[in-house]
Design a protein around this ligand. Structure first.
Ligand SMILES: Cc1cc2nc3c(=O)[nH]c(=O)nc-3n(C[C@H](O)[C@H](O)[C@H](O)COP(=O)(O)OP(=O)(O)OC[C@H]3O[C@@H](n4cnc5c(N)ncnc54)[C@H](O)[C@@H]3O)c2cc1C
Length: 469
């Protein structure tokens, strides 16, 4: 008999008999005493250090079912990891069972149907690579090391949001292992209530082993940053707000307060300067790019205009090196309808106090195609927002953890009363149940009913948790 002592009294699995589990999974099992355990439990956010009692690195759907059944029967709290990127560390659990999907990362493109089948543990970089050769892309986020699972289930905001909607707006179907171990397909035709909830409701309803996406025609884009001095930020932000709201859907750009990294992509005189700017992505007809970008040049001379033709996967990966696994990270978010003078002033003030080179504030446009989906067509309820803000404290040094956390929380406190109330679930950490409810607005009740149907005992609790109604 192989046994393991759980580290947590809270979930009280005294001793686990792993013999049957060993026999039924093709993937790997890691216990605290196994050499790969520390590597296997490490999360993207170095600020979060969780110790599961057992990690099952699944090889296939059968492993997922076996692991889940084992976890439930053993009374272990279950966590599911896609890419492990979640800011709040929701891809792991202290003292429980971690079902790691990282080895289930296959991507299959059907160029004729323009569909993309992606296993539940893939990272976006793999999807970008596999689709680009066919002139396709699936709308995702702005960092290619992020997991497909968590980003999709939370919504998915990125460079293609204005043109093709959120990631969930491109989801056609999902294969889901439910709390009772059954595998079902969710789509507009099958289990449509589950399909509705998966599109924004996070990992609350089951383990998605495979996603089927609509691929979109995206190849080479025109993208990169335009930067202005921080003392012009108020003026730039006012201009950006009007400009992006009225821009063609093919043009997107997220606004950033940032510190210029000391790298060869930037002129030396800008290195380590706090600045503001927009990182653009134009995915419309290439012959119209000059015309679309003309108002940006006309607005006022920037300190840097680094926009160029670039393969979409390269833009997606442009910031991967800066935001590396293991950094200390603390997040808070808000949605904004409109940025008034007061909000703009406070944003500019908070930007001046960004505590470390990597700490940043981003505003992502929720316009264009994402606006044209109804508020209750999917679980993602802030379709009327114009911007999703993230206040993101980051630093490689654990000694600075308190500093970045404090700055992030204070920035959120300074801005929150100007916001719409809720936040994008993927930009939340540990803010509690009321905040989760606020984020889903009128959709929360329906989500509760779907939770009661598919996961009445809250087996999937390590997420921005929805309580069954
Ligand atoms: C550097 C960085 C940049 C980011 N940029 C963006 C961005 O541009 N746009 C954006 O929208 N978001 C962005 N995010 C946020 C990101 O969407 C979330 O962190 C997301 O939770 C990451 O997904 P994951 O699979 O890597 O996370 P994990 O930590 O693995 O999981 C997060 C949650 O999703 C659940 N989950 C994951 N996979 C599955 C699955 N297959 N089935 C069921 N449940 C699952 C987990 O149980 C957990 O509750 C960024 C995050 C980071 C760290």
């Amino acid at each position: 008999m192989t046994t393991v002592q759980s580290g947590s009294a809270e979930y009280r699995p005294a001793v686990l008999d792993l013999t049957a589990l060993h026999a039924s999974v093709r993937g790997e099992l890691f216990r605290p005493e196994d050499a790969p355990y520390d590597e296997a439990r490490a999360l993207f956010n170095g600020m979060i250090d969780k110790h599961p009692a057992l990690i099952v690195r699944c090889a296939d759907v059968a492993d997922v079912i076996a692991a889940l059944k084992f976890g439930v029967e053993s009374g272990l709290r279950v966590a599911v990891r896609g890419g492990g990127h979640n800011g709040g560390g929701l891809g792991s659990v202290d003292g429980g069972l971690l079902i790691d999907l990282g080895q289930m990362s296959g991507v299959r493109v059907d160029p004729e149907k323009r569909t993309v089948r992606v296993e539940g543990g893939a990272l976006w970089g793999k999807v970008d690579h596999a689709t680009h050769v066919f002139g396709l892309a699936v709308p995702s986020g702005i960092i290619s090391t992020t997991g497909v699972g968590g980003l999709t289930l939370g919504g998915g905001l990125g460079y293609l949001t204005r043109k093709y909607g959120l990631t969930i707006d491109n989801l056609l179907e999902a294969d889901v292992v439910l709390a009772d171990g059954h595998l079902v397909t969710a789509s507009a035709q099958e289990n449509s209530d589950l399909f509705w909830a998966l599109r924004g409701g996070g990992g609350n309803f089951g383990i998605v082993t495979s996603f089927l996406f609509q691929g979109q025609p995206v190849g080479t884009v025109v993208g990169g940053p335009t930067l202005w001095p921080l003392d012009q930020a108020g003026q730039v932000l006012r201009w950006y707000q009007d400009f992006i709201r009225n821009a063609p859907d093919g043009l997107n750009g997220f606004f950033a307060f940032l510190t210029v990294p000391p790298g060869p992509a930037f002129p030396v005189e800008l290195h380590l300067k706090k600045m503001c700017g927009v990182v653009w992505c134009y995915s419309g007809p290439q012959e119209r790019a000059d015309e679309v970008f003309a108002p940006i040049a006309a607005f006022g001379p920037p300190a840097l205009h680094g926009v160029q033709r670039v393969p979409f996967p390269a833009l997606q990966a442009a910031f991967d090196g800066l935001y590396a696994k293991g950094s200390q990270q603390y997040w808070r978010g808000d949605f904004f309808k409109s940025l008034g003078d007061e909000a703009i002033e406070r944003l500019c003030e908070r930007a001046q106090t960004m505590p470390t080179m990597l700490s940043t504030i981003h505003l992502y446009s929720v316009g264009g195609a994402a606006h044209r989906i109804g508020q209750d067509d999917t679980a993602w309820s802030y379709r009327d927002a114009d911007f999703a803000a993230v206040y993101y404290g980051v630093d490689p040094d654990p000694a600075n953890a308190d500093q970045i956390r404090d700055w992030t929380v204070q920035t959120h406190e300074a801005l929150h009363d100007q916001s719409m109330g809720g936040a994008y679930v993927n930009f939340m950490m540990d803010e509690g149940q009321e905040r989760v409810k606020t984020t889903y607005r009128d959709n929360y009740e329906r989500l509760s009913r779907v939770k009661a149907k598919f996961d009445p005992h809250n087996v999937f609790s390590v997420n921005q948790n929805i309580h069954s109604g």
